[in-house]
Write a protein that binds this ligand. Structure first.
Ligand SMILES: [Zn+2]
Length: 310
């Protein structure tokens, strides 16, 4: 079986695994990113971790790298990713190819998650699927008619930044009214802080997390407002994406989905009510099936496929 070394560069964690063509993540290991150390030291630690995993798991055929955008997958460059400020024009695939003596392929992390869930997870067997990861941020990716949506320059599929409220809240991307501005955990927490600073009384405190918001929504006015806006933004985004792409499966992953059916049911209901009629009968909204190595699995599987089709 052909195998890829998969490297995942996250905001808080670096992850490494060996991915087989069966989608299994072998030897999955993580270390803290410590992004303030800068690209040279962080990449050195990532590669050291990868050496340890390869030593344990045996040789690989290719390298796959997943990282948040913006990036240039064809040139293998990170272009100052939003979660890694200052990491501009880092030639990550050249560095990986030199270190491991194998060709390397770069993929946006949320696109990698979408590919992993499509090939091996909750959307397995679907022709088209949409994947949204709801955690500190909101990312996503889409597979259309069996092909991963990458866009003209490899930065397509930024599904967290679909506009759900024209002229709405400011998003970290610099635009306003993006779904992420309401759904992302860090954005929910920011809304709570703003409201408390403006004098609102609430059971929530200034260090409240999205998990606190979800827990207190049934009993606290401010928590209910933030939660309802998050659910509403998510529903709007999913309905629009479903109408555009006609997927059989919408996969929701990330820490916020720990709220379970309290989050999924309103989305299912909105799709049933508001999606175009033929689509609404087809689509399923389901929780993600793969664990924390999901982006590594996708990047590894993607790299293996690039080699096969090259
Ligand atoms: Zn945005």
């Amino acid at each position: 079986m052909r195998r890829a070394l998969a490297l995942d560069i996250g905001a808080t964690k670096l992850g490494v695994a060996v991915i087989g063509s069966d989608g299994e993540a072998r030897g999955w290991r993580t270390v803290p990113t410590l992004r303030d150390e800068g690209p040279i030291r962080v990449v050195a630690r990532l590669f050291d971790l990868a050496d340890a995993v390869v030593e344990e798991q045996g040789p690989v055929d290719v390298v796959g790298v997943s990282c948040g955008g913006p990036l240039d997958p064809r040139a293998g460059l990170l272009l100052g990713p939003l979660h890694l400020p200052g990491w501009d024009r880092v030639p990550i695939t050249d560095l990986a190819a030199q270190r491991f003596g194998r060709s390397a392929h770069l993929l946006n992390d949320a696109s990698a998650g979408a590919w992993a869930e499509h090939r091996f997870g909750a959307a397995r067997g679907s022709g088209s699927s949409v994947y949204l990861t709801l955690s500190s941020g909101m990312g996503g990716g889409a597979v259309v008619d069996g092909r991963l949506l990458t866009g003209a320059s490899g930065n397509g599929g930024e599904l967290g930044h679909v506009t759900v409220r024209h002229g709405g809240r400011r998003c970290l991307c610099g635009r306003s009214g993006c779904a992420e501005a309401y759904v992302a955990g860090t954005r929910q927490a920011a809304r709570v802080r703003e409201a408390l600073a403006a004098g609102r009384t609430s059971a929530l405190t200034a260090d409240a997390t999205a998990e606190d918001v979800a827990r207190l929504a049934p009993v606290d006015d401010l928590a209910r407002e933030v939660w309802d806006d998050a659910v509403d933004a998510l529903r709007s985004a999913v309905v629009s994406l479903v109408n555009v792409l006609e997927p059989e499966t919408v996969v929701l992953g990330g820490g916020l989905t720990r709220a379970g059916d309290r989050l999924l049911d309103p989305v299912r209901h909105a799709v049933a009510q508001q999606a175009m009629a033929p689509i609404a009968r087809i689509v399923r909204v389901v929780p993600a099936a793969l664990g924390p190595a999901v982006c590594a699995v996708g990047a590894g599987a993607w790299a293996l496929q690039q080699e096969e089709t090259a």
